[in-house]
Design a protein around this ligand. Structure first.
Ligand code: GUN
Length: 291
């Protein structure tokens, strides 16, 4: 078997074109969606991700602001900025790029973001809403994976899904989203004993563990759908995922490449969440004006 290679850039283009129309409609009503991205320190990967997010906003006609802080900034300084942005009518989405420097209490900052502007979905209210099966802002990376599966017409109900990686950003919300779509979900991680005995059962295998070549061909069921969320930079500068791509592609039915798979969809879903937020806030404002 030779897998269909899922083109994340092509799916992202289609989704972005669809949502661009909604930005046009909002702008006709006098609303320009706005996103504020806060970045602390100079982590090179974070700098690249933030640049991509800001550029993607520009392409869709979304207003974006980059708020930079030095790695030695005080937590209160960032907190104060979040509180200002919470009440800024030009801003519909607020995102604090992670990871933060070690002396920051990430939870404290994430909790300060207004629930209705929490487009990353990391505030505990939105985490709880996701667990209850009813969030307004699904976290962008797992939301992007869900969108890839939908566009590729891959059935989810009743399928065995194995998620490798139990992070708050990807693994846990991924499991919740697919469980809501009636998949049977197991979450594994780097400490799972005999990982292969779980992965071999997966109809859909989502890998987000941050370890190159963690998933080899013998660990994958013939015909499985393999979604690689890992992004690892090798000593020679090459970007690779967590899956031994060439060998697994000969056994899977679908596979996402790195780069060009999940990555473009993460940014796309951030735009989607920001536009949805602007639509929700505009609706509340219109209702208030006509009351
Ligand atoms: N760092 C890595 N992924 C993400 C993400 O989806 N959101 C934020 N805020 N930071 C990240």
């Amino acid at each position: 078997m030779s897998a269909i290679i899922i083109d994340g850039n092509a799916i992202a283009k289609v989704v972005r074109a669809k949502w661009k129309e909604r930005v046009v409609r909002l702008r006709e009503e006098g609303v320009q969606p706005g996103l504020a991205v806060l970045i602390v320190g100079s982590d090179p990967a974070s700098q690249i991700y933030v640049r991509r997010k800001v550029k993607a906003c520009e392409d869709l006609g979304i207003h974006s602001e980059r708020h930079e802080f030095s790695a030695t900034a005080a937590e209160e300084e960032v907190l104060d900025r979040i509180l200002q942005l919470n009440v800024d009518p030009a801003i519909h989405g607020i995102l604090v790029q992670l990871p933060l420097p070690a002396h920051f209490r990430s939870r404290r900052l994430l909790e300060a973001i207004a629930i209705e502007k929490d487009v990353d979905g990391f505030n505990l209210y939105n985490v709880g809403a996701l667990v209850a099966g009813d969030t307004i802002f699904p976290p962008c990376t797992p939301y992007g994976v869900q969108c890839i599966l939908e566009y590729s017409r891959i059935p989810i109900s009743g399928q065995n899904v194995v998620v490798v990686g139990a992070s708050n950003i990807v693994g846990k919300p991924m499991a919740m989203l697919l469980m809501r779509q009636e998949a049977t979900v197991a979450i594994c991680h780097l400490k799972t004993r005999d990982l292969a005995q779980f992965t071999i059962l997966a109809d859909i295998l989502v890998v987000a563990a941050g370890k190159p070549n963690l998933i080899t061909a013998p660990m994958v069921k013939t015909g499985a759908v393999v979604i690689d969320v890992g992004i690892n930079r090798m000593p020679n500068g090459r970007l690779v995922g967590d899956v031994d791509f060439d060998a697994v592609a000969r056994k899977a039915s679908y596979i996402t490449p790195v780069p060009g798979g999940v990555g473009p969809m993460t940014v796309t879903m951030l735009l989607v969440n920001t536009i949805k937020s602007a639509e929700r806030i505009a609706k509340v404002d219109i209702a208030r004006e006509s009351a």
